[in-house]
Design a protein around this ligand. Structure first.
Ligand SMILES: *Cc1c(COP(=O)(O)O)cnc(C)c1O
Length: 404
């Protein structure tokens, strides 16, 4: 070892032991070194009892997996590069040719698009069911149905289905049930124990991009399970596809996790204040927030989310939609969004910045849900700015668009 480059790589120095810190160390490597060939043959990354290759896990990814499993009330977890990858991993792991998938009509739209664009090519059929009508789900589950997705609150339209009734139907019919738990963030309800008596889903998909990141600077997802059998199915597909995540991103999520509960609660309080203020404005004919009495499925939210926490107040994500009076044209709705200065135009949520986006319901929901008033839909995401500033921003934008 005379060459400087070789010496730099194979340096003999070892730091002293007994370094303990409040935060875990970060490990990143593609290669993981083995002391001998016996270890190469013995080691198993499948049950997380050892390390074989960076793609299959490091102490850094195992720590985040453990913490997320705890957060969700599950036991096992796999990390993936985005929330959408969490959804597609569940579908690819659990479905096979000849199966049928049932998606709620309030589903995160890319789940449906993946099903129509990819799963259909692999001989997997899909149907949509009315998330607010458990009888409709019961009717549609057939002999080929293998997996049912749930989502609460629903993307964009924010209705809160009766998750207990829907899950019970799936159990009775013997089909698997998965939930997109991004809205709850593992805080508002426990997907593995929805009724306080152990009735839960099989699989949870979570876009860590939202609250667990909290900074608006990471894209990541997780799939959590409670049973080892389900986990092994997910883990096998995860390994075959080659999904995993970068250590720098994991570090950011690990840094944000301790403040998850406080951020969720504080942003929830702000969002409810803004939503209540919106409900008083004549231009908004409907405010879609499940924690407001006017929210669609409010009673389901009360039952499920108030039971989930000791204080019994019920938590909710800081995201809601408003429907503008139908007399306003799409141009006026766009002008309202353009006039906002603190709410910025953009997708995603759960970060510090408040965001706004309009959605064309006719493109994502056919037919238009019976419980929605006519008019353009605008989704508001409440970040961490002051509530007074956010309300003043909405007020000036309504005036600028000729709506107040
Ligand atoms: C954002 C989101 C996703 C996808 O997460 P990405 O990390 O953006 O891919 C999935 N489901 C829901 C409900 C979401 O809000």
């Amino acid at each position: 070892m005379t060459d400087k480059n070789t010496q730099l790589i194979h340096h003999p120095y070892r730091p002293p032991a007994d370094y303990e810190a409040t935060m875990p160390g970060m490990f990143k490597s593609s290669s993981i070194l083995f002391p001998d060939m016996a270890s190469v043959r013995r080691r198993n990354a499948r049950d997380r009892s050892g390390y074989t290759y960076g793609l299959h896990g490091t102490p850094t990814t195992y720590i985040l997996e453990e913490r997320l499993a705890t957060l969700e009330g599950g036991r096992h977890c796999c990390l993936v590069p985005s929330g959408l990858a969490a959804v597609t991993l569940v579908n690819m792991a659990l479905l096979q040719q000849g199966d049928e998938l049932l998606l709620p009509d309030n589903v995160y739209a890319p789940n449906q698009t993946f099903s129509a664009g990819m799963l259909s090519r692999w001989g997997i059929a899909q149907q949509s069911y009315d998330a607010m009508n458990p009888d409709d789900l019961a009717r549609k589950i057939g002999p080929r149905t293998r997996l049912v997705w749930l989502e609460a609150a629903g993307s964009v339209t924010m209705e809160f289905p009766d998750l207990v009734a829907l899950t019970r139907i799936c159990r009775e019919k013997g089909v698997l049930v998965a939930i997109d738990n991004t809205w709850s963030a593992g805080i508002a309800y426990n997907s593995f124990d929805l009724d306080g008596q152990g009735l839960g889903v099989d699989v949870v998909a979570h876009a860590l991009t939202k609250y667990p990141s909290g900074g608006g600077d990471v894209l990541m997802g997780a799939v959590t399970t409670a049973s080892l059998e389900r986990h092994q199915e997910i883990d096998r597909a995860h390994r075959l596809i080659g999904f995993n995540v970068g250590a720098n991103d994991v570090e950011l999520v690990l840094r944000s996790l301790p403040s998850l509960g406080m951020r969720y609660q504080a942003q929830d309080q702000s969002a409810r204040q803004v939503a209540r203020w919106c409900a008083e404005q004549a231009a908004f004919v409907q405010v879609l927030h499940p924690a407001l009495p006017s929210g669609v499925g409010h009673e389901n939210w009360q039952t499920i989310c108030q039971a989930a926490e000791a204080a019994g107040q019920g938590a909710a994500a800081s995201i809601f939609s408003v429907i503008l009076d139908e007399r306003y044209s799409q141009q006026q709705v766009d002008a309202f969004c353009d006039a906002l200065k603190i709410f910025r135009l953009g997708y995603s949520w759960g970060g510090p910045m408040s965001l706004v986006m309009t959605y064309d319901l006719s493109a994502i929901r056919q037919p238009r849900p019976r419980y929605l008033q006519p008019g353009g839909l605008v989704r508001l995401v409440v970040g961490m700015e002051s509530v007074q500033d956010l309300q003043a921003d909405l007020q000036q934008a309504l005036a600028a668009a000729g709506m107040a």
